[in-house]
Design a protein around this ligand. Structure first.
Ligand code: ARG
Length: 433
């Protein structure tokens, strides 16, 4: 079982003392020291240069049924998850570490089906969301009902049950005409793609331009996890230790295999931002970088050192239009990120939260307040009780639409998480001049 790999600290990115800018073209390289993919990977190194100069391949980006380049272009078709037969996963290494504390209700909860009541409430909320989307002219598709309560094993591990079909954003990464099935990173989520196979087959049959790809399936054998990762749930390590580790980008996963959850990626046209986290390692980032560099996109490395159990970028870095991004004040990115955004003409809004508690059997935080879904570059779906978020967005010229969606946190997220883009109108563009 692995110990932590030797780790190079990246002083520039940590302290924010980056090089000078001034060259023409997008201002990235001088800031993003940690774009260097060799950074912090120990023995794992990639020879591929990061910022691509490859021409954009418009031919393969021509719009069909599947086409979505950003988080904010006008939404036309979307997958909304479902809660039926969702489960509480068993205590596998990555899940346990995410919970941090023994006090967490999920730590002692029996793995298996979630309560009928939680499932019914979640389904009602999702029905309300579907209604709002359809009233706004969006075609809504739903995944298959999958029984997640069956135990399964592979040659490398066994688990008492799966997870859910409620969180398509974690599984499906839409980039233009391509949908990538993510590798996932929890054993309980290994087979989660199965909920979307009927839909993906249909899109493949109907849309000749649809490119259907998948990240390499990890074995998720023991070598993928830091079994010595400290967390209170296994006996009393404090959050301080975890802060030090987060600062050094040491997470629950090793670099043994590439892993990524699709919800660790934000799409800003030609630029994709990927979060190193408990669900995406550096090798997973590098898989995405190589894949999309070939298509002329630029793939950037982000991390959020104040987050001691980072999982998914969509409460941390939330783009709302071609020049506005919301950041999380409690878990900000490294200092170069804000400067890079501002120097490229972006407005940075610091997010807010009502601070309301999440359901006991949820592993999400009150910052789901920022887990919004844009219908276009003005209209944003916001949780109905998050009035502070709505006020903030209105002040900046957006049109928040309140939708009740609180109990869905038990299934792993909110608006952004429980949806996955199929089609947004509009071409591939660069928003970093
Ligand atoms: N880690 C986030 C939190 O602090 C939850 C993100 C959920 N996102 C998702 N795509 N499932 O609450």
């Amino acid at each position: 079982r692995p110990k932590f790999a030797p780790f190079n600290t990246c002083q520039d990115a940590t302290t924010g003392t980056s090089g000078a800018s001034g060259a023409s073209g997008p201002k990235f390289a001088s800031f993003n020291v940690c774009q260097d993919p060799t950074f912090g990977m120990g023995h794992y190194q990639s020879p591929v240069p990061l910022v691509t100069n490859a021409p954009l391949n418009h031919a393969i980006g021509s719009p069909g049924i599947v086409s979505s380049w950003t988080e904010w272009q006008p939404l036309k078709e979307v997958i909304v998850g479902r809660c039926e037969l969702s489960c509480k996963p068993g205590n596998e290494p990555a899940f346990e570490a995410k919970l941090k504390s023994r006090e967490h209700a999920l730590f002692s909860a029996e793995p298996g089906l979630r309560s009928d009541e939680a499932i019914a409430t979640g389904q009602d909320e999702l029905a309300g969301l579907v209604d709002v989307l359809e009233k706004n002219g969006v075609t809504v598709r739903r995944p298959d009902v999958v029984d997640w309560s069956k135990p399964y094993s592979t040659p490398d591990f066994e688990v008492p049950c799966g997870n859910t079909s409620a969180m398509p954003r974690d599984v499906l990464l839409t980039v233009g005409n391509e949908i990538v099935e993510s590798t996932m990173s929890w054993r309980a989520r290994f087979f989660e793609y199965r909920a979307y196979r009927t839909l993906l087959n249909e899109y493949f049959e109907r849309d000749p331009n649809f490119e259907w790809t998948a990240g390499p399936k990890p074995t998720m054998a023991d070598h993928l996890y830091h079994y010595d990762f400290p967390h209170e749930a296994r006996g009393g390590e404090s959050d301080n230790v975890r802060s030090e580790l987060a600062e050094k980008r040491i997470y629950i996963h090793t670099e043994a295999e590439p892993i990524f959850d699709a919800a660790d990626v934000m799409r800003l046209g030609r630029d994709l931002f990927v979060c190193n986290s408990f669900t995406t390692n550096r090798k997973g980032y590098d898989w995405l970088r190589r894949r999309f560099n070939k298509r002329g996109l630029r793939v950037h490395f982000l991390d959020f050192p104040k987050d001691t159990a980072p999982m998914h970028i969509d409460v941390l870095f939330v783009p709302l239009s071609k020049d506005t991004v919301v950041l999380n004040p409690v878990r900000p990115p490294r200092p170069w990120v804000e400067r890079m955004l501002r120097e490229n003409g972006w407005k940075v809004i610091w997010g807010v939260s009502q601070g309301l508690p999440t359901p006991p059997l949820s592993q999400c935080s009150e910052w789901l307040s920022l887990n919004v879904l844009s219908i276009d570059d003005k209209k944003v779906l916001v949780e109905a009780q998050e009035t502070r978020v709505m006020d903030l967005l209105s002040k900046h010229g957006f049109e928040p639409i309140p939708v009740p969606l609180r109990s869905i946190a038990e299934f792993g997220g909110a608006f952004h998480c429980c949806t996955a883009d199929v089609r947004r109108e509009g071409p591939l563009e660069s928003y970093f001049p």
